[in-house]
Design a protein around this ligand. Sequence first.
Ligand code: ZN
Length: 695
Amino acid sequence: MIVDNKFWPESSELPLFEKIDPTQIEGQVETVLTKLQSSFDELKKTQEINWDSFVRPLEKIYFGFHRLWSPISHCHMVLNSEPLREAYEKCQPKVVQFGLALAQDPFIRESCEKIRNSSNWESLTSGQKRTIEGKLLDAKLSGAFLEGEQRKSFNEIAQKLSQLATEFSNNVLDETKSFSMELSQKEEVAGLPASALSMASAAYHSKTQKPSTPEEGPWLFTLDGPSFIGFMQNADRQDLRESMYRAYVKRASSGDKNNWPLIDEILELRLKKSKLLGFDNYAELSLAKKMAGSVQEVIDLHESLIDAGREAARKEHQDLQAFAEQKGHSGELRNWDVAYWSKKQQEHLYRFDEEDLKPYLPLHTVLEGLFGLVRKIFGIRVEAQPEGFSTWHNDVQFFKIFDDRSNQHISSFYLDPYSRPENKRGGAWMDDAQLTAVIDGHKILPVAYLVCNGTPPVGDTPSLMTFREVETIFHEFGHGLQHMLTTVEEMDVAGISGVEWDAVELASQFMENWCYHRPTFDSFAKHYQTGEKVPDELFSKLKNAKNFRVASGLMRQVHFGSVDLDLHSRFTPGGNETPNQVVKKSAERLLALEPLEEDAFLCSFSHIFAGGYASGYYSYKWAEVLSADAFSAFEEAGLDNEEAVSEVGQRYRETILSLGGSAHPSEVFESFRGRKPSTKPLMKHMGLQAKRNSL
Ligand code: ZN
């Protein structure tokens, strides 16, 4: 028996969404948490600690908790309302507190240590060992092994760091908001498209309450992403681009919103924290939970990307310079010219309109193509279930996945395809609706949520997608497959659970590769009225545009990644060198165009100072290397050779999709690829020449 709840009773295979009444949430959460707590207290009385007596019952407690909270938090994202939000916000602190208290309870750490030191250890499965080791590592990183003064100082540092992160990101937000540029002359906004003008006109009106029209202005431009990028890419007036650019790169670097002192303090405290835990530096601490084995491995990745990309990026810059001159620009390109001329060059080379492609991409055809692909490569069958499930909205579809050979039902998922700005969060994501587990000897099948924000059908016109949205659905479905095709029975390491941060995007990005494979593309891209395929010319523009200025983008990412790594490993806080000197040195070496003297990008680098990416920014490229290399196994077999593709697909399913977090990602990757990951396939996909070959 699990601890039951009204929204998803034990007797039901799926959540009962119609039962989620906001007025009942708080009561249910309290009742269930109290019961779970007493199950935990009961568990603590266990004398004989082993896998079955300790981990299984603990899994059951988490499982009961997940069945309560996951449908509520899902509804909070896709069916938001004032009463639901209130109930959610009231319960969230209790839920967080419950999770923390459980994770930090010394009983868990001590029991894990007992199992680890027992004579049975070697007889445990890899997934069981990874579960125990993962719990011990979490305990270590949360300071659970420290005592006395050390523990006190660890907790103070943790507290202070979280405060500094909030301050850092507030400064960035405040400084982003504090600048704006008001324009009232038509020639000042020359070059800007209608969408940008109407956004700027609305911004002017909302700030001043004075009248404005998109055509006649006045307009207000800000440093907010869409406004800033739109202006930099399109505004013909170079002097105005310069003002915007200078304001942007200086954000939060002086005055009372200055992030420089915060950066010093954060780096120093992170180093202290790492030393308390027995690491040499913060990068080592961060890598303890990642696939990359050492700082050197990440440096090697960066160096091999630099070898392949640096010259190519310089060449791209020269080409851009030549193009701009040809089109009337005089003098060297400055920092505020790059986005503008790049956009012009891209249009010149690959001009195609997103709109031209959309009629070929109706949602139901895209799904047919996607499901056909996974049937071919992984031997699974996706079947729509028109009824028999409870839902939060009429547009939601429900599917079951079967193993094609055995006909066995292996998992299910919901698809919520369309945008509903009134109550649904934007973007696309995959989330686990039900975890994989073994409860009382009974195997529980995984269930996923797949959420997108596509255009709903209008009249006779079906939902038509942009190509970017198609890539996104392939991406999220890739995450979903790793969750749904797991064969692991230990909850902490089944599916995407317990997969290291820098490896988790492998399964998702892998799927995106198929979008550019012509036969796969043709299987999902068919004109919704005529059924025609996309003309060759349009397809090749799409394919070529993918690698436009690819080396420049790569070098920028490597620059960010190396600065992040360097600051958290080699750099000494409070020493002779400043963090800004680390940035300048890297920029000089890696970028085709050096940043301005006053450029203070570190002061708005929230990813690493206020987000979870500290010493992990490299993960973006790391995961891309893995996914491209995994895809290249299919290319080597021959993408159009169905038999060979399904053979490699089977191996991919049995390793990457099936093993999830139950083994170290390097081991999982090697068991699929038969060797260590190589950077060559990614470079090849980017049209660059790999000179070395390491990861
Ligand atoms: Zn992803």
